[in-house]
Design a protein around this ligand. Structure first.
Ligand code: ZN
Length: 51
């Protein structure tokens, strides 16, 4: 038997207003749609440092 690591059932994408339920096989905090978006947002957020 193969041991498959799964995440919690019924997790939602952490993107604001996104109601996408994440697959138990998706260990990201965001859905596939937003996982690429977020890395871009974080990059721009890091560039714009606000105090
Ligand atoms: Zn999402």
């Amino acid at each position: 038997m193969k041991k498959i690591i799964t995440s919690h059932k019924g997790r939602k994408c952490k993107q604001f207003r996104c109601k996408q339920i994440l697959s138990i096989y998706n260990h990201e905090a965001y859905c596939h749609l937003h996982s690429s978006h977020i890395s871009q947002d974080q990059r721009s957020a890091a560039a714009i440092k606000r105090d």
